[in-house]
Write a new protein. Structure first.
Lengths: 312, 496, 254
């Protein structure tokens, strides 16, 4: 359990973190969502004891990170944004070193490392030089490093950034496995990433908490309105009127209007249960306006913040 | 909102400020405490927490000196005056080794020796008090040893021998031996012993300097003086031994008669050291040989090259070990002595039943000799060459004696300053002089100079073969082996 | 501390740098020894004294990466986020570098054995020099670590260490020059010659007081004193402590 209370961190005059409070419950997977520069990494660095906060407190399983740092750190496995890997060591040498740092008992070490290697699937690269591994493997070694010492809390800062889609899926799978018996905090600037693995999400922007919610509640809130992108040929005005008249459609905004090809944003009140896309399709075909592209638009983080704040 | 911002700002200042203050504060406190503690420790306990484990005891007098001081008659009053203000701190200066030892002199002298420090700038009268006639050459910043009548001046710089090789390489003086006790003992001995031998050094032959050999024989109770080689050359009446040390030119012809007169009529003693240098390789020493041939000895102009690797000290064989022959072996504890750029000393075919000529130093049987003057400088057949010979007349132990060395490794400043006063070459020189003059070794105060240690290695092992083997091991095998290991490790790990 | 020590020490041998440093030291010490040997007299304390002048090169090589590299590669975060205290990080790295120096020094021990076999003397002066060598090595390594703590660039760290060590080696010369310069400057300003030169002398002796070489010069003769060693240890601790504080600064600095 991590209790974060009114955390503030200044860099000079800049407030990187400005009064963040939330609690992470045991065995929960918490997503930490925010655009780049929102203060995610700073907050995580403070939680793990790397940086000290300007004010506020962090308690890890009841131990204050400033007052009892060693007790608190024992419970945390941390994967920073840049995994702290020594490129000149082999995976096994490196993990043994981390065992030394985290004071893992000699007797438990072999068993624990074998378990971790199997869990993050790096058994076959255990004797290779870290510097020679692919990015995905390096990230796994980073996670393995965080797992050393059996911490009950894992803090992963942007664990999938820079990986190719396959690797992203693999890592997500791994995180889901880990989530079974760990409290996990994952930071990301991508909503889908968080949705994929988290129970609850904390959204921060400009150093402040914008929202704390469960994923399902958040989805509901976000799904209050959704957007579709419609690109078509034909008479834009007619199409607009026709689409607007479909029940459930709240707005139709022409974004680009060429001589022939038009692109429009269709705002849909998705509380209606029927799939609006079918109605739009038929409406368009009635007007003989061919659809060139038709897909739903993912909300940007900014829009999420907007919708969240306006939702309040 | 604005209010809460303000309060958080105040809070920020507090925590960061406390951490900063703590961090900087503890650092400053630690630095200050340690420096203060160091200063206190050094000034209060430093003296007591220093342990003299040196073999010779740098700051303590040797037993020989203590015995000697005890043997001085009651009522002896030796006054040692440092002609400067006693400095508060003398670490890193020659006085570092002198001032503590002076305290030992006072302690062990038991009233016979007093030590004081008087700055002649403040008390100009001290000079005339110590040296009313102005004959002892006293200078400020030196020491004076005085018995009230005579005085001996000692410059701190002269109380050490220096590594000349290091000096030549770096330009810095690296003292290798401390002769403070040696120098002061001898000064006291000179004032109190009453023994006075006189040694004359012939100068003006573009000689090697003789400062160290003078100090050495000074310690044997000799007063030393120079006589200029000139047309009006005479050997003074009080001469007990005459040195021609490292001549670069032959002696003038009109010195032959006075020297012969000194040797044959007055049973004089002559010691010559002459090696093969770039300045004298063409010199044939006709006039010198004119004298020496009376002892069936001649200085040749052949450069000796040692070819036996067990004797060689340098790659070219020009520095080598030489064996001490016959009775002369008793003068040194070493079986072999060092020599370099040696000139061959020959027996001439002028035997006489009244002459005894003996070999003193020889090379191995594999040595060759080179004559750089002849066109054909190829080496001759290997043979044994002599680099030291002795000649005297039969039947009369008091008769004249001549000792000729073809090497400067026994008497030159260069050698002695590099190897120190306790070196076996120097020991041998001392023995030779003693035997020439007929001094028994009992009546000499021989205090060891405190060389850091005697660094000589066994000359039989210090051969060029061994040096080559070690060059290969220490400078090739080990370093390059390591570099190869480095490359292997790098390659192996790179591909892991 | 042991964990850091182990990693850093082994790291010297996982990379060429450790081997190269030892090879360099072997070559230099071998050169000095053989020069001595060929002349027929081996003065080991002189050899060791000469070797001290290579601190200026070897220390930066082995200390430049110790903290700078961690900072640059982000691996330092391990020290902050695991239950290990930062001083033991500094101390562990310090000990690793010191042990590497110890391994280099095996060369000199071999020279000692050879000297002994060849009938030479390994006197108390040589042992005094060995003692001094290690205390000075500790001092200079702590300076190297300090230089490595203040930057994330190995090059800057090496240059900083090089300059500090060089200045210390030239301290007595600098003291003399500075003393003379100050007294000359003061007498230009119209201070009486006597007080000007006495101030210059005082400055000179103050600077000389900091010179670890002058302080320890007596050990070469076998005179062991505690104060100079205490001096070296004190400054070693000071530099290690400062390095520790610099690491810790990251936590609270803005």
């Amino acid at each position: 359990m991590i209790e974060i209370d009114n955390l503030v961190k200044h860099y000079g005059d800049q407030k990187a973190v400005n009064g963040i409070s939330f609690t992470v419950n045991d065995d929960e997977v918490l997503g930490f969502l925010g655009p780049n520069g929102a203060g995610k990494s700073t907050t995580m660095n403070i939680i793990t004891g790397y940086l000290s906060s300007t004010s506020g407190s962090v308690k890890v399983n009841g131990h204050d990170i400033l007052e009892e740092p060693e007790m608190a750190k024992e419970h945390i496995g941390y994967l920073p944004e840049l995994p702290p890997l020594y490129m000149d060591m082999t995976v096994l040498e490196y993990l043994n070193f981390v065992c030394d740092l985290k004071k893992v008992k000699k007797s438990e070490r072999k068993e624990q490392l074998a378990k971790i290697l199997a869990m993050v699937k790096i058994v076959d690269v255990a004797d290779r030089l870290i510097g020679n591994l692919s990015k995905g493997y390096k990230q796994r070694v980073g996670i393995a490093q965080a797992l050393v010492g059996n911490p009950d809390i894992l803090i992963l800062d942007e664990p999938t950034v820079g990986l190719d889609p396959n690797q992203v899926l693999e890592i997500r799978k791994l995180i889901r496995t880990l989530a079974k018996d760990h409290t996990v905090i994952i930071s990301s600037h991508i909503l889908s990433e968080i949705q994929a693995v988290c129970d609850r999400v904390v959204i921060i922007n400009k150093g402040k908490v914008a929202a704390i919610d469960t994923i399902s509640d958040l989805s509901k809130r976000l799904s209050g309105s959704s957007k579709l992108l419609l690109s078509f040929k034909g008479d834009a005005k007619k199409v607009g009127n026709s689409v607007r008249s479909i029940p459930g459609v709240t707005d139709f905004k022409l974004r680009i209007s060429d001589k022939e090809v038009h692109e429009a944003e269709v705002i849909v009140d998705s509380s209606t249960n029927n799939d609006i896309r079918t109605s739009i399709f038929f409406a368009m075909s009635k007007l003989a306006a061919p659809i060139l592209e038709f897909r739903s638009l993912d909300p940007t983080l900014e829009e999420i913040f907007l919708s969240i704040t306006s939702g309040k | 909102m604005a209010k809460s911002d303000n309060s958080s700002k105040e809070f920020k200042d507090k925590r960061q400020g406390v951490l900063k203050l703590y961090s900087v504060g503890t650092s400053v406190i630690l630095v200050v405490i340690l420096i203060v503690f160091n200063i206190l420790f050094e000034s209060i306990l430093g003296k007591y927490m220093s342990f003299d484990f040196s073999l010779s005891g740098y700051n303590s007098l040797q037993q020989k000196t203590i015995d000697y001081l005890n043997s001085l008659p009651e009522g002896t009053n030796i006054r040692i005056v440092g002609l400067f203000e006693k400095p508060d701190s003398y670490t890193g200066t020659p006085n570092q080794y002198i001032i503590p030892l002076m305290d030992s002199y006072v302690k062990e002298g038991k009233g016979k020796i007093s030590v004081e420090y008087v700055d002649p700038k403040t008390y100009p009268s001290i000079m005339s008090q110590l040296d009313p006639q102005g004959v002892f050459d006293l200078k400020s910043d030196t020491y004076v040893v005085s018995d009230g009548k005579k005085a001996v001046s000692i410059d701190p710089i002269d109380c050490f021998t220096y590594d000349m090789d290091y000096y030549n390489r770096t330009g810095y003086y690296m003292p290798i031996a401390n002769t403070v006790e040696y120098t002061f003992d001898n000064a006291i001995y000179r004032l109190t012993s009453g023994i006075s031998h006189k040694a004359y050094f012939v100068t003006g032959l573009r000689n090697d300097n003789s400062n160290h050999i003078k100090k050495i024989i000074g310690s044997m109770g000799f007063d030393t003086a120079d006589i200029q080689a000139s047309t009006s050359f005479t050997v003074p009446d009080d001469c007990d031994i005459l040195f021609i040390n490292g001549p670069q030119t032959d002696i003038p012809e009109n010195m032959i008669t006075p020297i012969k007169d000194y040797l044959f009529v007055r049973n004089g003693k002559l010691m010559i050291s002459v090696d093969y240098s770039e300045n004298n390789f063409s010199e044939v020493f006709t006039n010198l040989n004119n004298i020496l041939e009376n002892y069936n000895i001649a200085v040749s102009n052949l450069l000796v090259r040692e070819n036996n690797p067990n004797y060689m000290l340098s790659e070219d064989g020009l520095a080598s070990n030489v064996t001490v022959a016959g009775d002369f072996a008793a003068y040194t504890s070493a079986k072999v002595l060092r020599s370099s750029m040696a000139r061959s000393i020959k027996e001439v075919n002028n035997p006489s039943s009244s002459i005894v000529t003996s070999v003193v130093l020889t090379t191995s049987a594999d040595a060759t000799a080179i004559d750089l003057n002849s066109q054909d400088s190829s080496t001759g057949l290997p043979a044994t060459y002599n680099v030291g010979m002795f000649g005297t007349f039969k039947d009369n132990p008091e008769s004249s004696k001549v000792l000729v060395f073809g090497t400067m490794s026994l008497t030159s400043d260069d050698y002695i300053s590099s190897f120190g006063y306790n070196d076996s070459n120097v020991e041998f020189t001392r023995g030779c002089i003693r035997s020439l003059v007929g001094l028994s070794s009992d009546n000499v105060l021989q205090v060891e100079s405190k060389s850091i240690d005697d660094y000589k290695i066994n000359a039989e092992k210090a051969t060029s073969t061994n040096a080559t083997i070690m060059t290969v091991i220490f400078m090739l095998v080990i370093p390059f082996g390591l570099v190869i290991v480095a490359v292997i490790v790098y390659k192996l790990r790179k591909n892991l | 501390m042991l964990a850091i020590f182990k990693r850093e020490f082994l790291s010297y041998f996982r990379n060429p740098v450790g081997y190269i440093a030892i090879a360099l030291f072997s070559f230099l010490s071998g050169y000095i020894f053989i020069n001595n040997f060929a002349s027929g007299a081996v003065n080991l304390s002189l050899e060791i004294a000469s070797l001290r002048s290579f601190f200026v090169v070897i220390v930066p090589i082995i200390t430049m990466g110790l903290l700078a590299e961690d900072r640059k590669r982000g691996t330092e975060i391990l020290y902050y986020t695991t239950p290990i205290d930062l001083f033991s990080v500094v101390a562990g790295k310090f000990l690793a570098a010191l042990l590497l120096y110890g391994i280099m020094f095996i060369n000199v021990f071999v020279h000692m054995i050879v000297t002994k076999i060849c009938g030479g003397v390994v006197g108390v002066g040589a042992w005094g020099s060995v003692v001094v060598f290690f205390f000075l090595a500790a001092l200079f390594i702590s300076i190297g670590i300090f230089a490595s703590a203040i930057t994330d660039s190995q090059i800057i760290s090496a240059i900083t260490a090089f300059i500090i060590i060089l200045v210390i080696q030239l301290l007595s010369t600098i003291g003399k020059l500075l003393g003379n310069a100050i007294s000359a400057f003061l007498s230009i300003l119209g201070v009486s010659a006597e007080s000007a030169s006495s101030f210059g002398d005082k400055l000179e002796s103050a600077i000389n007081w900091l010179d670890p070489f002058a302080k320890t010069s007596n050990f070469r003769y076998g005179i062991f004193s505690v104060a100079p060693l205490f001096f070296c240890v004190s400054f070693t601790i000071i530099f290690l402590f400062l390095s520790f504080r610099i690491l810790e600064k990251k936590r609270w600095a803005q």
